[in-house]
Design a binder for this molecule. Structure first.
Ligand code: G3P
Ligand code: CA
Length: 395
């Protein structure tokens, strides 16, 4: 390993301690011994410095630590890292002047205070985004300077009332700002800060003359993150975006997969009849392995839920993907009842926490390589049992 696992996990332990979650962290010596013993790393990391250096299973802070802070803010990313997340996720959309900013949707009425800005009232409109009519304010109608006058807010205040405390604390970050933050944090922690970067609606934006992949590749090159071991995964629901990125940079790539009965939007546009159900068959996985290193399936493709919301019989997707050399980073694990499978809910309050540890345990038992979660501290605590030799001393 380039930066030793021992050093990495000692730093991780310290970060978790600082976040006050109750871990003690590992002594460097015991972690080094554990490294020798466990062998729990990705099977094919293409040499030192690649994703094989990540802890396995890997805990990916979904939109940062969005269970605790408004998503896609520096505050959310910082907390994810402080809680010990192995990787921190960004979703990217463009501004009118072509800057990449971190938002899950290009419609920003739900995650910023734009509705309170009377100077932007006339920008409210209805658009068709990937075939869906959406009403609100859109990043592609704002220059970066205009967008930076807005403040981020909690997306789901009814479920995450506590997060509303932080409404207005942060601006919408640019991806460049995140790259600088990650470099800074990496130097401070003595390890690389891994990112997991998604291109959102890439065909839609290309149609507007705002292609995402070229400016993304340019930024990755500028910040030295375009190589294989550059501590970044690239992800998209549109395989053609991943193929385009593969021509531009060498960073590892993950094809996201939604429900089986859906089709990627670029397939719709290209009249490609294949559905996600086709892509998770061995032939589909073989095709994906030609240009990507992994898949990011919705958890339902691994553990389908029945009509009552309970988990059913696991599919063969983990085995089939691994047989094609593809890693699996499924999404999304969350602590609240409203998102948990029925058997892990506790009580009837949708905003209350259920048995998230039980759910994580079941997810990890499937043999997945990582997981996107809004609650990285919960995920990390659950993952410890699946990282032999890395259990904190007090457990
Ligand atoms: O990118 C992994 C996961 O985030 C995909 O779902 O909709 O939250 O971007 P979404
Ligand atoms: Ca995402």
């Amino acid at each position: 390993m380039t930066q030793s696992g021992a050093a990495r996990r000692t730093v991780l332990g310290a970060a978790v301690l600082a976040a006050g979650t109750g871990f003690t962290g590992l002594a460097a010596g015991s972690a080094a011994a554990a490294d020798e013993a466990d062998g729990q790393v990705y099977g094919d990391g293409h040499g030192e410095g690649g994703y094989r250096d990540l802890p396995h299973p890997t805990v990916i802070g979904h939109r940062g630590a969005s269970g605790y802070r408004p998503e896609h803010t520096i505050g959310s990313y910082q907390l994810a890292l402080d809680l010990g997340a192995d990787v921190v996720e960004q979703d990217l959309v463009p501004t009118r002047d072509g800057h990449l900013v971190c938002r899950h949707e290009n419609e920003i009425g739900g995650t910023t205070d734009v509705a309170e800005h009377l100077e932007f009232a006339s920008r409210r409109t209805t658009k068709s985004v990937d075939g869906v009519a959406v009403t609100g304010w859109f990043t592609e109608d704002f220059t970066l300077a205009e967008l930076r006058t807005l403040r981020a807010k909690e997306r789901i205040p009814a479920v995450r009332q506590r997060n509303t405390l932080y409404d207005g604390q942060w601006a919408v970050p640019t991806f460049e700002e995140v790259l600088r933050w990650a470099d800074r944090e990496g130097k401070r922690r003595g390890r690389r800060v891994w990112l997991h970067v998604e291109t959102k609606h890439p065909s839609y934006f290309r149609g507007l003359g705002l292609g995402l992949e070229e400016p993304l590749a340019k930024l990755l090159r500028r910040y030295g993150r375009d190589g294989w071991g550059a501590a970044v995964f690239l992800q998209s629901f549109e395989p053609s975006s991943i193929q385009r990125l593969a021509r531009l940079v060498s960073a590892p790539r993950v094809v996201l997969l939604s429900a089986g009965n859906t089709r990627p939007w670029d397939f719709e546009l290209a009249k490609d009849p294949r559905t996600v159900a086709d892509l998770v068959k061995p032939e589909g996985l073989k095709w994906i392995s030609g240009f990507a290193q992994g898949i990011g399936p919705t958890m339902d493709l691994i553990l389908p839920r029945d009509a009552d919301g309970r988990l059913g019989t696991p599919t063969t997707l983990v085995k089939d993907a691994h047989a094609r050399g593809l890693l699996l980073h499924p999404y999304t694990a969350r602590n609240e009842n409203s998102f948990l499978p029925a058997e892990y809910r506790r009580g009837t309050d949708p905003a209350a926490y259920g048995d998230a540890f039980g759910a994580f345990r079941t997810y990890f038992e499937q043999g997945i390589d990582g997981i996107f979660t809004d609650n990285p501290d919960t995920g990390l605590l659950a993952a410890e049992a699946f990282r032999p030799g890395r259990r904190p001393a007090n457990r």
